[in-house]
Design a binder for this molecule. Structure first.
Ligand code: FES
Ligand SMILES: [Fe+2]
Length: 439
């Protein structure tokens, strides 16, 4: 694969660890990435096998600051990752700030409707320019000495002194090199010349072809501050094995054994629930209009995708929930849960107020599911901290845990600057996949 070769040649082995030529910041084209911790290969090896012989990732990957730092620099520093919904920056003047560890990034939409991403550091003395999101912004003004930047990042004024135009032209905000959109989400890449996002997604765009994810209406989002490692949130998301134990209400229409793989090659983990069981709940398939172009089999299915590394898409025939995570520390993660509705979800004969109530009930249901997940994740973090240092890896049951095994191997490959090696992943053709193809 082109990207794997490109990335691999940026990373070289030294006598005492891995170093690489990648860059967290556009301004430095060649930056030495930090070493991976000394024992990393030894601790990673048991997970990097076929699932029948593999062990789950060592607890240190979830508790140790050195591993967390390496992931932020190497995974979030070298891979595409999600930061926002396009709809959050729908209008010129919309601004959002996101934090990846200590790296702060400003997202803007300028007056020409173009999206931008900049490092949140003033070109004068380096102060943080923007502290929170806003709407209707005309310019970004640094609070320290009032240097003002346009929403396209260019330096506008340095009051009260004037500065020659030629000099100002060189002093725009430093741009994050890669910005692309997919499935209505904004993705960034901090590598100086990143490969196209779609090169990493394999057949996922094809699987989503009949879902109009770019046209959806953002209904609401909620932020969570979770006392758990960011990987545990992704792993919990792809772990359908816990549904019956942790989510009694969800299990009424989405049981453990209703899940099937929906997985091709690419930097994602995918599975489906088919058929969805209507149970008189707020997510019943009859409560909203569906995406207009779905095949019949898709109209009775729930799709679940974790796009590596940090965003999940839960896609029902009428709506999508996303969970977007950004690591704050080894045991701290910021999560954004968002509900988006299909373009024409409001049914004929249903008033606007009634439609709103239906959306609200659906959001409330999912927040309750998420509260159950957050409790499970925080409990898992505590358990991993407890066995930290005892050298105890976890176990896999292949029928259920192939999703976690796949995600963990994407993490380990990402730390080396590669995409996943599919050769030792299981072949997972499912009845659902065949039904979609033949429908
Ligand atoms: S540091 Fe921003 S204006 Fe001085
Ligand atoms: Fe869950």
């Amino acid at each position: 694969m082109k990207i794997a070769r490109n990335m691999a040649c940026r990373v070289r082995r030294t006598g005492h660890g891995w170093t690489g030529f990648g860059s967290l910041h556009a301004r430095s084209m060649v930056t030495e990435l930090p070493y991976l911790p000394q024992r990393w290969e030894e601790l990673a090896l048991p997970t990097r096998r076929r699932i029948e012989d593999a062990k789950s990732m060592h607890p240190l990957f979830y508790t140790d600051a050195a591993y967390a730092q390496a992931e932020r620099e190497r995974i979030f520093g070298m891979s595409w990752f999600a930061v926002a919904h396009v709809q959050e920056l729908a209008q010129p003047g919309d601004v959002k700030v996101v934090e990846v560890g200590t790296t702060s990034i400003i997202l803007t939409r300028d007056k020409n409707h173009r999206l931008h991403a900049f490092y949140n550091s003033c070109r004068h003395r380096g102060a943080r320019v923007v502290s929170s999101g806003a709407t209707g912004c005309k310019q970004l003004v640094c609070p320290y000495h009032w240097w003002a930047y346009r929403l396209d990042g260019s330096l506008k004024s340095t009051p009260p002194a004037a500065m020659p135009k030629e000099r100002k032209d060189d002093l725009g905000l430093a741009r994050v090199p890669g910005l692309e959109t997919f499935a209505g989400l904004i993705f960034l890449n901090q590598m100086p010349k990143p490969p196209p996002l779609r090169d990493t997604l394999g057949d996922l765009p094809e699987k989503l072809a009949r879902y109009d994810l770019d046209e959806m209406h953002l209904y609401k989002h909620k932020m969570y501050d979770i006392a758990g490692n960011w990987k545990l949130i992704a792993e919990n998301y792809v772990d359908f094995y816990h549904v019956d134990a942790v989510h009694p209400e969800l299990a009424k229409f989405s049981r453990v054994d209703d899940h099937q793989p929906y997985q091709g090659g690419g930097q994602y983990v995918g599975f489906v629930t088919n058929p969805l069981t209507d149970c008189g709940g707020p997510g019943d398939t009859s409560r909203f209009n569906h995406f207009a172009r779905l095949k019949a089999v898709e109209s009775s299915s729930g799709l679940y995708f974790q796009i590596f590394p940090n965003v999940s898409l839960t896609i029902y025939p009428h709506s999508m929930f996303t969970m977007l995570t950004l690591p704050a520390g080894p045991d701290r993660t910021q999560e954004q849960l968002t509900l988006l509705m299909a373009p024409e979800a409001q049914k004929n004969g249903v008033s606007r107020d009634e439609h709103h109530e239906r959306c609200e009930a659906w959001m409330k249901f999912f927040m309750e599911v998420n509260d159950e997940d957050v409790a499970a994740i925080e409990n898992l973090q505590k358990g991993l901290a407890n066995r930290d240092g005892r050298g105890m890896h976890g176990e896999f049951i292949p029928k259920y845990d192939w999703t976690v095994h796949r995600f963990q191997n994407m993490v380990l490959s990402g730390l080396e600057g590669h995409t996943l090696n599919e050769d030792y992943m299981p072949r997972l053709e499912s009845a659902f996949e065949q039904m979609v193809r033949s429908a």
